[in-house]
Design a protein around this ligand. Structure first.
Ligand SMILES: [Zn+2]
Length: 358
């Protein structure tokens, strides 16, 4: 859920960099594969075993791989990766992160203009009262995120961003519930998600998850891996002459599982932010239960694939609910340490954020 348009853009960019199999001598198209989440359009190509051009490609490839320049470049890449490795928050998985804040903001800006032009006629006017509610929730979450960040560069970056909310009016029967935050601080909420949120705590569940992707720098992480994905695709194509092998390997083995891990990280960081901001964590579970109901309704109408989660960038909703329930004792402790229970009993009435972004 909450799939960022930016990732879709990056995915398309990487695919377009991979050369397609040329037409065969009889004019028929080569074997092509459009990825798991698109409708696959496949056609087969007959390949002779003694295809001389394929053989010479492989000889050239091994020559290229063993050349002195390639070995030097390889050593440089390994040193660069080793220097830019770090541990991801929450799960502690080792990841490559070299994209600076200014670059992710710039790419966010590019996506922002694209999304604005796509939805310009559907954006609700700023007079709509929902903006005030979303702004109130975001103020509290951002305040908690900045106050609890141990990285001065990140605090500075979050404070400098020009935060803005856009609510996009959509037909809930046609457009699935969605929301996302671009790395330049622009927030998009589709109206189809508002009934599922059912109030401020539900909104906090969605927005804290999206904000957590920014805090964990998941967009920069995806961008950091992009040149390697493109290089791997090109290499697989050069070695085999078949373009779908690179796609299957990158999407099924590398991109999808990494993306699911990022989602779990974002859920965990998001719930912690909710706890620090004194939101009702029971409502986070109820939000996902409502989302599950929505998914079931859609699945009963359109049908669902059995291998949906394996081929998905997001973990299954039932798993997300179970995760939140597992984290609950730890989250209750965070709430207690944040003075939330005193708030509930009216000892400290002022729960509003100190910083205002909206
Ligand atoms: Zn997400």
């Amino acid at each position: 859920m909450f799939q960022s348009k930016l990732f879709t853009f990056m995915f398309k960019a990487s695919r377009s960099a991979v050369p397609k199999v040329p037409k065969s001598s009889n004019g028929s198209k080569g074997f092509s594969f459009r990825g798991f989440h698109n409708s696959p359009k496949m056609s087969a190509q007959y390949r002779r075993f003694n295809n001389s051009s394929s053989g010479s490609n492989q000889i050239n490839l091994s020559r290229l791989l063993l050349s002195r320049n390639t070995i030097y470049a390889g050593i440089g890449v390994v040193a660069f990766c080793a220097y830019n490795l770090e541990n991801a928050p929450v799960t502690d998985r080792l990841r490559l992160l070299w994209v600076p804040y200014w670059m992710e903001s710039k790419i966010g800006g590019y996506s922002y203009s694209q999304i604005l032009s796509e939805y310009k006629d559907q954006i609700l006017p700023s007079s709509d009262p929902t903006y005030k509610t979303i702004g109130k929730v975001m103020n509290k979450l951002l305040d908690a995120a900045i106050s609890n960040s141990s990285d001065p560069a990140q605090r500075d970056h979050l404070l400098k961003l020009d935060w803005k909310i856009h609510i996009i009016q959509v037909d809930p029967k046609k457009v699935p519930p969605n929301a996302f935050i671009l790395p330049n601080g622009k927030i998009f909420v589709f109206s189809s998600i508002l009934p599922i949120c059912n109030g401020e705590d539900g909104l906090a569940t969605v927005l804290s998850h999206e904000l957590s992707h920014q805090l964990a720098r998941h967009t920069s992480e995806q961008l950091s891996k992009q040149p390697f994905y493109i290089a791997l695709s090109l290499l697989m194509y050069a070695a085999t002459g078949v373009d779908w092998i690179g796609d299957v390997l990158i999407n099924g083995v590398l991109r999808m599982p990494a993306s699911r891990e990022m989602e779990i990280e974002a859920d965990h960081i998001g719930c912690t932010l909710m706890a620090k901001s004194c939101y009702n964590l029971g409502e986070a579970v109820k939000f996902w239960q409502r989302m599950y109901k929505w998914e079931e309704t859609v699945a009963s109408q359109r049908g669902a694939g059995a291998l949906q989660e394996f081929f998905s960038t997001h973990p299954g909703t039932e798993r997300r609910i179970e995760n939140i329930k597992t984290w609950m004792p730890e989250l209750r402790n965070v709430q207690e340490a944040s003075g939330c229970y005193e708030h509930q009993f009216g000892m400290f009435m002022d729960q509003t954020s100190t910083r205002k972004f909206f």
